[in-house]
Design a binder for this molecule. Sequence first.
Ligand code: UDP
Length: 310
Amino acid sequence: MRTVITGGAGFIGSHLCERFLAEGHEVLCVDNLLTGTRRNIEHLADHPRFRFIEHNISEPIELEGSVDNVLHFASPASPVDYLAHPIPTLKVGSLGTHNALGLAKAKDARFLLASTSEVYGDPEVHPQREDYWGNVNPIGPRGCYDEAKRFAEAITMAYHRYHGVKTRIVRIFNTYGPRMRLNDGRVLPNFMRQALRGEPITVYGEGQQTRSFCYVDDLVEGIFRLLHADFSEPVNIGNPSEITVLQLAQEIIALVAGTKSQIIYEDLPQDDPRRRKPDITRARELLGWEPKVDRSEGLRRSLEYFQGAV
Ligand code: UDP
């Protein structure tokens, strides 16, 4: 099996590279290192079945030989990153997805799109099921990511319906674990870094907004199962255990023994979703999948990584 992973040098992408190597695949990791880093894959560099190709998937790509799977994970994905790179974000969701689909079609490969809970926007339905169409502000600051991913889903379905490409769409909810960038601006690395350095913990708004955090190993297992299922509609993969951002801050303060950090409150960013929690009935029924790592265990494992990174 030969598997192409775009965004393979990113947080989730690098975990996927490891998993597919462990399954015996040859892995071609395509990344332009905009938000991914060589550090995430340096331990794989000498693996005989691993190859890194520095390339921006928003430009066409030609690869020699057969390809069995294309996993399209390239994109800035944290709000801070996509606000800093709105146009590359729109391009990789649109042109990049088109190029990755073109590769899958040319090679008669399976295609899996990394979509996101952001397609639900600031949801009016809770928890979010896959048949909910979402509440997205197309011209707001998050529109560059949300609409790029919505377009990516649309073109993926078009390639499935029109060209018969075997496509899969995973809607990824907040995921955390080792190799998150310390400065990617997301809530979990921010709070971990702040707690470890004894700096103030920056809760945005009143911290009453909710998220549901999935440990990366659980996500990777769900993605692996979805790729091998015969199902082209979107599937939510996430951990339904929902907490407020304030609770997360308190849990991290309790976890980081001896931290002097205290909570401070800052402005809530525009269009910040108020609630988010996946309904994972579809993943349970279709894939026999559910998360196995609870937050206390996942936060403990992540802390070890952040202690080394800080
Ligand atoms: N957040 C926060 N403090 C931070 C970073 C984020 O309170 O230092 C909040 C943010 O406003 C949002 C939630 O944490 O409500 C999750 O933000 P993140 O950037 O991790 O991702 P999102 O789920 O919004 O895409």
